[in-house]
Design a protein around this ligand. Structure first.
Ligand SMILES: C[S@@+](CC[C@H](N)C(=O)[O-])C[C@H]1O[C@@H](n2cnc3c(N)ncnc32)[C@H](O)[C@@H]1O
Length: 298
């Protein structure tokens, strides 16, 4: 049964219109966005959700206009029913992830995107995941393509600890390498060991633009070969009709950043682009798969 259906006759028409239809089920935790006017009704909404998912241990609400932590990308959550401890085990793409959505970023809505990226990886690749969270992209890739090594950075100490646990839970030791710290600092260390990546993941749409030169340097094209791949995430707004407009500005910006940081020494081609998810009315997370090709010595 759908949530709105379950609340029909319990909330009035005006209240029902303010109920957000979609919510995230993460293991045995549900997170629902809550309109401020529905705060007094949160226990009723939680009860209805619990009737639909009787095995869920915690139901938490995120205020509709909540603040997202700029660095760790976590949100303010309020438990509206059940256990205050939000740690849970989530299954996805044949992997298992231990997470606490109060302490780390986690979105089950990225499940398809994680598999899409994993399907592109070739045997033997060295990969850098700049913003790994609890390690989901890296672990799904290693599961799909065991002959890979994925250096997986995150600045959030909780995410790093969960990533280490998830690497062990999924038996990915030696394939997924968790690294704690700001990728800009930590990746320099790796570079000194002459590790160059075949592929770089940048799943931080709000900030990826400012990290693009770091990602291109991580490809270490002089050391590795002529071509590298970057999965570049961005935020895009739908200003006029036509899906192309969601990508044009992002693609141009990526090319401009590469050209101002590296001049004519490389070219950036767009291999594939897609909308990952909607994040606000007319606002989307998009991904552009970039093929970066060295055109002359850097
Ligand atoms: C949107 S989350 C992506 C999480 C993950 N890729 C996933 O699929 O669940 C972005 C992550 O980047 C991390 N982060 C933000 N700035 C960073 C930086 N400068 N260096 C390393 N990690 C960073 C945050 O802590 C957060 O866990």
């Amino acid at each position: 049964m759908m949530l709105k259906e379950a609340l029909n006759g319990v909330l009035d028409e005006t209240e029902l219109k303010k109920v957000i239809k979609s919510y995230d089920v993460i293991g045995d935790v549900i997170i629902i966005r809550l309109h401020p006017d529905l705060k007094p009704k949160r226990a009723i909404i939680a009860e209805a959700l619990h009737n639909i998912y009787p095995r869920v241990k915690t139901i938490a609400a995120v205020p509709l206009y909540s603040h997202t932590d700029e660095l760790y990308r976590t949100r303010e959550l309020e438990v509206i029913r059940g256990d205050e401890n939000m740690e849970t085990m989530h299954k996805e793409n044949g992997c298992i992830f231990k997470v606490n959505p109060e302490l780390v970023f986690f979105s089950p809505r990225l499940s398809y995107e994680r598999m899409r990226v994993a399907m592109k990886v070739l045997p033997g690749e060295t990969i850098i995941n700049m913003f790994s969270g609890v390690g989901c992209f890296s672990i799904v890739i290693a599961k799909m393509q065991p002959q890979t090594k994925i250096y997986s950075f995150d600045v959030n100490p909780y995410a790093y600890e969960y990533m280490k646990e998830n690497v062990a839970l999924n038996k990915m030791e030696g394939k997924v390498i968790p690294i704690l710290g700001d990728v800009r600092e930590e990746q320099r260390e790796l570079k000194s060991e002459a590790v160059g990546a075949d592929r770089v993941l940048m799943p931080l749409p709000e900030e990826a633009r400012s990290f693009l030169p770091v990602a291109i340097r991580a490809l270490n094209l002089d050391y590795r070969g002529d071509t590298g791949f970057i999965h570049y995430y961005d935020v895009s707004a739908w200003s006029v009709k036509g899906a192309c407009d969601l990508f044009t500005a992002s693609a141009q910006k990526a090319k401009d950043i590469a050209s101002s940081a590296f001049g004519g020494t490389l070219s950036v081609e767009i291999e594939e682009m897609r909308v990952v998810r909607s994040v606000a009315p007319r606002k989307y997370h998009v991904v552009l798969d970039l093929r970066v090709v060295k055109t002359s010595a850097q």
